[in-house]
Ligand binder design. Structure first.
Ligand code: IPE
Ligand code: IPE
Ligand code: MG
Length: 240
């Protein structure tokens, strides 16, 4: 571990109150094709790096991490690729279960589990259940779409009998009801869009875009994002 670099980042994280970071983990496919490998190899490398980045964030004092793992639109991909991603998630969940004590992370899946294979959905629920008392948070957006989430929240509120709702009601009916909105959203691989990620929760998020492909995302990249975040003036509409 590069102690001085971690110290430097930790100091900035504490000074700026950066407590929730979200990643749109993009570029796995390009990482693989650039090496003459099948796209699945990129997802494998991306999955490995995802574990590293989550650890890095924890070591930098960031309490909550959200990652975009699979969108409601990603079902449009070839079934072999979708299956490969689901298998990787399945194996990630197995590791997370085994390592829950040492990781000390609470896992929450954002998205509709009903569309997942029943065995995978059950494993997601089980991981949520057995880690629910840990303090550090990792949200994994899986079969997640911001629009679908808002529609789901509306239907939940209608079913509860409400005829009029407040912003607080909507927030409390989203998949992220258990946590604060992200302070910083990072997207890798040089794309400048949200792709249906955290539409409601990103209202006042700061954004950071990098050309780095997700499997290559490193501590230096995280430091760049934190440095940029620490230079922002978040006004939330007020005059400061
Ligand atoms: C992100 O990498 C992972 C998922 C969307 C599941 P991509 O697979 O989108 O990688 P590119 O954008 O094709 O390079
Ligand atoms: C967004 O990436 C979804 C995830 C990272 C899981 P995509 O690669 O699917 O987004 P688009 O298609 O480039 O907008
Ligand atoms: Mg992509």
């Amino acid at each position: 571990m590069n102690t001085s670099q971690y110290d430097r980042i930790r100091e900035k994280v504490a000074a700026t109150g950066l407590s929730h970071i979200a990643f749109i983990m993009d570029g796995n496919g390009r990482w693989a094709t650039g090496r003459g490998l099948p796209r699945e190899a990129g997802h494998r490398a991306g999955g490995e790096n995802f574990k590293k980045v989550v650890r890095m964030c924890g070591d930098c004092g960031i309490d909550a991490v959200t990652v975009y793992a699979f969108s409601t639109e990603n079902w449009k991909r070839p079934s072999a690729e979708v299956n490969a991603i689901m298998r990787l998630l399945d194996s990630f969940i197995g590791d997370a279960k085994r390592e829950k004590e040492e990781n000390g992370i609470r896992y929450v899946f954002l998205g509709d589990k009903a569309a997942l294979a029943p065995a995978l959905a059950q494993k997601c629920e089980e991981l949520e259940q057995i880690t629910k008392n840990y303090k550090r948070l990792l949200n994994i957006a899986l079969n997640y779409g911001g629009r679908a989430e808002i529609v789901h929240a509306c239907n939940t509120l209608i079913a509860s009998g409400k005829t009029e709702v407040t912003e607080a009601d909507v927030s409390a009916a989203l998949y992220t009801a258990h946590c604060d909105d992200p302070d910083l959203i990072v997207r890798t691989a040089g794309e400048y869009r949200l792709s249906n990620f955290l539409l409601w929760q990103s209202a006042y998020a700061e954004f950071f875009f990098t050309d780095t492909l997700w499997p290559d995302y490193s501590l230096d990249d995280l430091e760049d994002a934190v440095n940029s975040f620490s230079g922002r003036r978040r006004r939330f509409g007020a005059v400061l």
